[in-house]
Design a binder for this molecule. Sequence first.
Ligand code: GH3
Ligand code: MG
Ligand code: MG
Ligand code: MG
Ligand code: MG
Length: 301
Amino acid sequence: MTVKNPPCRVLLVEDDPGDAHLVRQTLNAAGAGRFDITWVGSLAEARQQLRDNPPDVLLLDLSLPDSSGLATVLAGREAAGALPLIVLTGHDDNGFEHQTLETGAHDYLVKGSFTSDGLIRAIRHAIIRARLEAELRALASTDYLTGLPNRRHFFTQMETELARMQRLDGERAAVLMLDLDHFKRVNDHFGHATGDALLKHFATLMKDELRKIDSLGRVGGEEFAILLPAADPEAARSFAERLRQKVEETPLVLNGQPIPITVSIGVAIMEATDGSADAALIRADKALYRAKEGGRNRVEI
Ligand code: GH3
Ligand code: MG
Ligand code: MG
Ligand code: MG
Ligand code: MG
């Protein structure tokens, strides 16, 4: 039995009806049902399609009624997000081709000089490359043990939230720094694998307490951070206190043996007037230090 692949959905952005016809013919020559082509003639229509009905691949002419040249590549890349993007142009120029690829196109085909096989191969490669790029991006932003955003990704999320607060002015957010208490002892007494299991357990406990708009990241070995948008100091403190208690009351149980752990939490408020997300993280770190100094298993703000 042969398994039929679903058609590859192509968004063709081309203002010249003759050129558009040629591309359709070229793709249809590959066999009926292999490509499902949507044709639009402007960047504005392309943006709308990409939003409402994202394709598997974008074929982009550069000289359009509402955009031309490298600006079209930039705008197309922006609108297409992580989707594969192939430039189809009449402009046969090595230097420009290089710039186009640097700007985020996956391939550059000159009209009139590609075959059906060549176009199909370009589409296949662009799709594979875009998928690999997405996987790499995910790997580069994810902590492998817990699956949480890593330090860099969490920091980016904070910067994004700070920029949003600055646009809305008057808003604030809370940042929590959490550090497991005497975690080294867990490794020493139970082994590193148990330490790892405890880190995952702790991550799950935290995840279960978060709202949709909150962010959680692993920012160090046994250090985590939480961003609570639109939270005032009192709400942040009671959230942190509830979490602290939950951790204390919910030991990881391995082979019937409970492995208790506690957490110290430093809370800071990120203000729209902060110059960077760093400032709030440093304040949260200082509060965390006070929590440790004060005897651990406590919240400081
Ligand atoms: P404190 O209460 O002062 O925070 O004490 P602590 O023992 O938690 O702090 P310390 O910074 O001395 O030790 C942290 C330990 O966390 C040391 C390191 O071996 C362990 N650790 C860091 N990353 C991992 C990991 O991915 N897995 C495991 N199992 N242990 C880790
Ligand atoms: Mg054109
Ligand atoms: Mg630590
Ligand atoms: Mg430490
Ligand atoms: Mg610790």
